[in-house]
Design a protein around this ligand. Structure first.
Ligand code: 13P
Length: 249
């Protein structure tokens, strides 16, 4: 059985007053029936780890550099995230791919760097609207999986997040059939590459305009093991119903 994961990506949102949301989140779910993860901005990681102490709520980074140290102004290494108390890191988010020109190869190296530090990498993939309209979705997914994932990984250190770029922050959600088609396809690809044991056990999250109002139907789709939530993870009153929906799925 794959343990479900409710993950929040705060993106470039939140200063220290946002820690109150984390505190409220842990109080709202004292003994969660699913794994919980929040990826705040890097400036809040250390404080978030303190706020989440003695709770199942995990704290993660939103990106890491592929190198451990060096002359890379503004970047953060996986070792630094680990040192700050993070247990997870997102790699290959579409906003990183677009805003920072990250290639599959870079993302693969970042994922390897995360693994080398004992971090769980949440590797993000997803097609653009143009690619979906051209009926290229599955080819894009196959290419991103092949390029962004290292040859060696485990079901414990890797999570996949399928986030259609056109569904992020838009309020547009694919049909449940579309989500199911891609998640089943990812599962098959993982099993082919990593074998039935690992491939069957890696968790696959859906991300893109997940809300309390659509969470039940998304979590009922096969091979959806949780969600990576942006906007609706910022406030406990929006994120909490998503966690509850996942617990009840
Ligand atoms: P939204 O939930 O705001 O659409 O963002 C999804 C996302 O990009 C999470 O990483």
């Amino acid at each position: 059985m794959r343990r479900k994961l409710a993950a929040g990506n705060w993106k470039m949102n939140g200063t220290s007053d946002a820690l109150a949301q984390l505190d409220a989140l842990r109080k709202a779910h004292p003994t969660p029936g699913v794994d919980m993860l929040i990826c705040p901005p890097a400036t809040l990681i250390s404080a978030a780890v303190v706020t989440a102490a003695d709770h199942a709520l995990a704290i993660g980074g939103q990106d890491c550099h592929m190198n451990e140290t060096g002359a890379h102004t503004g970047d953060i290494s996986a070792a630094m995230l680990k040192d700050a108390g993070a247990s997870h890191v997102l790699t290959g988010h579409s906003e990183r791919r677009t805003d920072h020109g990250e290639s599959d190869e870079m993302i693969r190296n970042k994922t390897k760097a995360a693994h080398a530090q004992g971090l769980i990498a949440v590797v993000c993939i997803g097609e653009t609207l143009k690619e979906r309209e051209a009926a290229n979705t599955l080819d894009i997914i196959a290419g991103q999986l092949a390029g962004s994932l290292p040859d060696v990984l485990t079901a414990e250190n890797t999570v996949i997040a399928y986030e259609p770029v056109w569904a992020i922050g838009t309020g547009k959600v694919p049909t449940m059939n579309q989500i199911g088609e891609v998640h089943d396809y990812i599962r098959t690809k993982l099993e082919q590459r990593y074998g039935a044991g690992v491939g069957t056990s890696i968790r696959i999250l859906y991300g893109g305009s997940v809300k309390g109002s659509n969470a039940d139907e998304i979590f009922a789709v096969s091979n959806v093991d949780g969600a990576l939530v942006g906007g609706a993870s910022l406030r406990v009153e929006d994120f909490s119903p998503i966690i509850t929906a996942l617990e009840n799925a």
